[in-house]
Design a protein around this ligand. Structure first.
Ligand code: HEM
Length: 437
């Protein structure tokens, strides 16, 4: 059987084009038209956990990444996020040990130290752009921990260049994206952001090479890689992986923490519970690795934040061959070349799997609750699942708790969303800081 084809009304086309409401539109489409629909010929939307499982987990060889991820190659080249087959497998083998559970404890102190520096820069009564604050914090964390080097003084520059690149991606993802990319305006701005980032990443590679590439940081590990003939990676390949980890390693966590602050500002009782937990577990003492496991409410706040506003809100795969999908006892033939989109934003808000789905309620995560399999997938799944899920949880819990020891933040402007490769705040998210007594 063939999934229904969505009638594209001018209003729908307009919203898709504008992009800002896209997650909500996809949610409405799934509710109205079913778990598997054709957005247009060759692009399907799958919105049921059993479909998510078949697309992300079962038969990995039958799926490749989709056009959206290919667009990120403009900045990330052949980095792990967009690479396929043997190249992807070999890079994953090299990079995975950096995020092994046994290494996480080594990163914890750096994470807390970075959060303390952010906290020391905050003042009660100050209004901040929380998105920018969390972006710089996450960038500082990933460079000092995973790259083993600070980019002190350049964080603002890197964060702005990555921000600019993400916004330009957003445009290139629209139906007129290929045309936009040919415009001198696009090329000039994208080229500038890319070369600013390249300069910093190539500098980093040079520094690590001069130091003898002896460390367990990402660049040294990549500099030491040898194939069977003893050949190493060239600088461009190392640059692509480093750039990927720089972007993937800070953008999503920054957005998760930003959204968490926004929810905390709107739900006073949730915030009070979190502050009570932070006070009783940490008091005035600096957090450490063990504490990340003793802050269940803080973690529940983040789980619930990523349920309602998952930073990696949509994943896509392209069928590399003719195949079939099964849903509700029906079989759907999928022609080779079809793109299947699965949106965690949509599935995470499905009332069949989530009671009161629109309610922000971290208490649903307390006790021994486990969601229906594949009804929650903020970190994707299968052989391309997030490389650093454990790192990201520890980072977000420790950073949020450290900041909440001394500060709370109040909503000062609305949260508007910009759904691009990631779900991020549109422009600034202004919040007023209050120093906790
Ligand atoms: C809250 C934070 C994070 C979220 C929600 C998140 C989410 C995701 C998701 C959904 C994917 C799969 C994308 C797909 O299937 O197309 C992914 C992949 C990836 N993530 Fe994360 N991520 C987070 C943090 C991080 C961090 C901190 C790092 C590194 C330091 C990282 C590195 C990666 C890499 C390298 C991949 C590509 C894996 C592959 O293709 O094999 N992520 N992430």
């Amino acid at each position: 059987m063939t999934p229904p084809l969505i009638p594209l009304s001018p209003a729908l086309l307009c919203s898709i084009f504008r992009g800002r409401d896209l997650p909500f539109i996809l949610r409405r489409i799934a509710r109205r038209h079913g778990d598997l629909v054709q957005m247009r010929e060759g692009i399907w939307l799958a919105s049921h956990p059993e479909l998510v499982q078949q697309i992300l987990v079962a038969n990995p060889t039958k799926w490749s990444k989709h056009r959206g991820i290919e667009k990120t190659k403009l900045l990330l080249g052949e980095g792990i996020l967009g690479s396929e087959g043997d190249l992807h497998r070999s890079r994953r083998r090299v990079l995975q040990p950096l995020f092994a559970t046994s290494r996480l404890s080594l990163y914890a102190d750096t994470i807390v130290q970075c959060a303390l520096e952010t906290r020391e820069g905050w003042r009660g009564g100050q209004t901040v752009d929380m998105g920018a604050e969390m972006s710089i914090l996450a960038l500082r964390i990933v460079t000092r921990s995973v790259f083993g080097i600070g980019i002190d003084g350049k964080e603002q520059q890197v964060s702005s260049a990555l921000d600019e690149a993400m916004r330009l991606f957003n445009g290139s993802m629209t139906p007129i994206g290929d045309w936009l990319e040919t415009l001198p305006y696009f090329q000039r701005r994208f080229g500038k952001a890319r070369s600013q980032l390249d300069e910093i990443v190539y500098d980093l590679i040079e520094t690590k090479r001069r130091e003898g590439a002896v460390g367990e940081d990402v660049v040294s590990v990549l500099l030491r890689v040898r194939d069977e003939e003893g050949n190493g990676l060239n600088d461009e390949a190392i640059r692509d992986e480093a750039m990927t980890l720089l972007l993937a390693g800070h953008e999503t966590t920054a957005n998760a923490m930003t959204f968490a602050w926004w929810f905390l500002s709107r739900y006073a009782s949730v915030r009070q519970n979190m502050e009570a937990e932070v006070d009783s577990v940490l008091g005035n003492v600096t957090a450490n690795y063990e504490d990340a496991r003793s802050l269940p409410w803080t973690r529940a706040v983040l789980s619930e934040t990523m349920r309602l506003l998952p930073p990696a809100w949509i994943v896509g795969r392209r069928a590399t061959q003719d195949l079939t999908l099964e849903s509700a006892g029906r079989t759907y033939p999928v022609p080779a070349g079809t793109t299947l989109l699965a949106s965690s934003f949509v599935v995470h808000r499905d009332g069949r799997f989530w009671p009161e789905p629109r309610r922000f309620d971290p208490s649903r995560w307390m006790g021994d609750f486990t969601p229906t399999k594949w009804s929650y997938f903020p970190f994707g799944g299968g052989h391309r699942a997030c490389l650093a899920e454990g790192f990201a949880w520890m980072e977000a819990v420790l950073a949020l708790a450290t900041l909440a020891q001394q500060f709370r933040a109040h909503e000062f402007g609305p949260l508007l969303l910009e759904p691009s490769v990631t779900l991020r705040p549109y422009k600034k998210l202004l919040m007023r800081l209050e120093k906790r007594s």
